[in-house]
Ligand binder design. Sequence first.
Ligand code: NAP
Length: 510
Amino acid sequence: MAASVSASSRVASRRHMGSVDAGAAMEKIRAAGLLRTRGLIGGKWVDAYDGKTIEVQNPATGEVLANVACMGNRETADAITSANTTFYTWSKLTASERSKALRKWHDLLMSHKEELALLMTLEQGKPMKEALGEVNYGASFIEFFAEEAKRVYGDIIPPTLADRRLLVLKQPIGVVGAITPWNFPLAMITRKVGPALACGCTVVVKPSEFTPLTALAAADLALQAGIPAGALNVVMGNAPEIGDELMQSTQVRKITFTGSTAVGKKLMAGSANTVKKVSLELGGNAPCIVFDDADIDVAVKGSLAAKFRNSGQTCVCANRILVQEGIYEKFASAFVKAVQSLQVGNGLEESTSQGPLINEAAVQKVEKFVGDATSKGANIMLGGKRHSLGMSFYEPTVVGNVSNDMLLFSEEVFGPVAPLIPFKTEEEAIHLANDTNAGLAAYMFTKNIARSWRVSEALEYGLVGVNEGLISTEVAPFGGVKQSGLGREGSKYGMDDYLEIKYVCMGNLG
Ligand code: NAP
């Protein structure tokens, strides 16, 4: 009898364990000096000018982790001024000097890997293993762009007249406003700030109100690394006010944004008045095509990774799993079995592979999409409801026989729900895959090499994974087509958005 524990007391003890661990985790972060709650302007940690704060909560428990400064237009204006002043000194350093500071920042991020990962799990909810992976991934952009800083080459063009010399210079664009989402609290920042600082730009970062603590800790390490005061500023709080100030300022020369397509469109429209360069990494609606000729184990493993990373809350998550008729039943049963093995829980617990969703609104969105699908004839093969852990936990879910009239097909669910959509031919799969305004990531599973080329070329997407579900890396270009965005981040192409091209014509050279 003693061994039989009721479901509710099991939940309570898991929560208790989570909160005990959370206390120890916060202590570790505090002891490392990385629990920052004020904004960073001109190298100084500052409160909101009106003293307002916002709560940062742990989505796994609802506990308040910290109260951070809730800033708005006045603080943003000062951050822009500080970035603009610092631009004139930071951009004049040699590439090698900037590179050394960035390299040191990378090393500090890596040596504080555990504290940063704990912070990320606490405020975002992702399992520790994924959080540690994000620190590696996030830091890799700083290392890569520290190296690229030294490779910003210009050109010499053969002149059209004998006494002229024609040169092309590449110069930093100036002050950059960087607005980032909550799902990758570190990497979405470093993927922007790394190339910006490497080129000689200075930055005002606005992290999401849900995950400012990781951003502030990373900024603290940047200061420690010798990135000068004012080169990297962080403000958070009232998103529309901060966004408006960044857009209206003539000193801000570029807006770089990762987040929803709706907010991206607002920022693009708002930047028109000052004709700013804009780069946008927006929402996706990734197809994941499993052909009859796929290796089923590879397809299950790849689709599982592409769908369930960060509990389905990534822009490159497989949103629609298109499965060819001949393999549908076999794939569906192997996939359901694999999904059943996912462990839902507090990200601080070692066994957890699926954390909570970011908040209640995210769960309600998932419920709406699943309800819409079942009301139109789809069948729940696994899950389909909130998890017994409560809070914003949702069961890993597989929905069969999804069709293109359902929300699960047309929009990003951003949760742990895998819709299976049967198809007959390659042409039909390509048509279904491209039947969306989004165009970020796509995946396919096939053993046929000719088909993998043909379909890769036909997919209207910025990234394509063939027989692989995890494809992001700092050395390859990341970005979308259609309404998934503009510009590329990471890789050598990731520098271009932070550089202006200047043509210099030297005449009368005799
Ligand atoms: P979101 O609501 O668009 O928020 C993103 C950022 O924009 C946050 O910092 C948010 O601030 C800020 N924001 C909101 N309204 C604003 C406004 N009027 N002016 C200026 N800033 C504003 O997106 P999210 O829910 O955080 O992130 C999920 C979305 O991001 C998904 O669609 C996902 O696909 C996309 N995403 C895309 C990529 C990519 O690389 N393509 C990567 C990751 C995520 P607050 O949070 O403080 O309100």
